[in-house]
Ligand binder design. Sequence first.
Ligand code: ATP
Ligand code: MG
Length: 441
Amino acid sequence: MGNCWGSPVGNHSSPSATKPSTPVDDDDNNNNTAAAAAEVVVGGGSAAASEEKEKEKVEVEVGGSRKAVNVTPNLKVFTYSELKRATRNFRPDTVLGEGGFGRVFKGWVDEKTYAPSRIGVGLAIAVKKSNPDIPQGLQQWQSEVKFLGKFSHPNLVKLLGYCWEDDQLLLIYEYMQKGSLESHLFKRGLEPLPWEARLNIAIGAAQGLAFLHTTEKQVIYRDFKASNILLDGDFNAKLSDFGLAKLGPINGNSHVTTRIIGTYGYAAPEYIATGHLYVESDVYGFGVVLLELLTGLRVLDMNRPKGEHNLIEWARPFLPDKRKLNKIMDPGLQNRYPLKAAFQAAELILQCLESDPKSRPSMEEVLETLQQVNAIKMKPKGSKAGAKHTATATQRHQQDRHPLVSSHRYGHDRSLLHHQRYGRNGGGQGGARSPLTRPRG
Ligand SMILES: Nc1ncnc2c1ncn2[C@@H]1O[C@H](COP(=O)(O)OP(=O)(O)OP(=O)(O)O)[C@@H](O)[C@H]1O
Ligand SMILES: [Mg+2]
């Protein structure tokens, strides 16, 4: 979630179960965060009760056709004591992870009423609990509630409800069984994802972004990165963390101007340089994650040898060359991918990483290309070409070291990640979040 916002919000009171909450000031005072304009009534009520209420429809255009999508304006208001019970008093062994907002705990609730239930009974949930030491917690929390509470899409993590009692701010999500893409790509001890799973994840995440970019009120996600892509039990991707989401440009403008905030490595160069945020700034972040998916390497990693810290700079010359590409592919793939497909994906990465945002493809175009890439399948084993490819690829990997193999999956322990950030917590691993603030004229 976002970790740097404008002015602090004061004079707030806890919402009652029926009281609609009010928008907060935007990070750049133009009041156009997605949160500010979401016009969501966050009222109380159980899941069953909210089902009864009328659903809004939002028109979106994905894959060339317009369709109406349901938005669910009502979220369940949990009490703190309910969440305590659901997570067994926030027991340390229920911790799923920790990010800029605070810790995330696993809990259990009744499927229909969302009342706390015993472990393993009913519906698993993820409870994000704010760290009171983080001053931007309230703004992030409100942005998430007001924005994510509005949309419902298979590639966006579902927000079930929230809790706000005294200084306790919590968000309650559907539980994503396989955790984050970040952990599957970089954490030691997990099986490397096969090619097909990586493509499926890229396609799911692209669908999520394409949806945001084509809603009536265009939304820029602004924080696209491997740790914000969560995976369900079948490794389907869903985007999480809308604390930085922002409404797109209006009145024919190409961009919105906003305070610079995001994550080093994933943030687009024009945004870092000028604070001009384009819809295509998200496309850049997508290109970075696609590169991480191909290589199995973090976008930034100070533990790699000099000259290799920045994956984009280092990998760029390999991407347009079919003969060189295999040198940067993740050895965890064990050469089990169609080279033609990998090459098309590499070309797509280069387009997404174009320095001029207008030269980047739209997310719908990205999606289309990924679907074409996905249609390219491995030649069956035993076929002449397939056998040749497998043999040469194996030899190649026996001969050639992955150029970064010495540092590959080096220092990828998740606990390290959260202690070695740039900015907020001090420098270290890749994709680190920072306000990225710089003086602007
Ligand atoms: N809905 C969920 N289901 C399962 N695990 C989750 C869920 N939400 C978060 N997690 C786990 O908690 C971790 C921390 O998530 P969080 O979004 O707080 O931080 P982050 O994405 O790592 O960093 P940042 O604060 O920069 O977004 C995730 O990496 C994931 O492992
Ligand atoms: Mg996150």
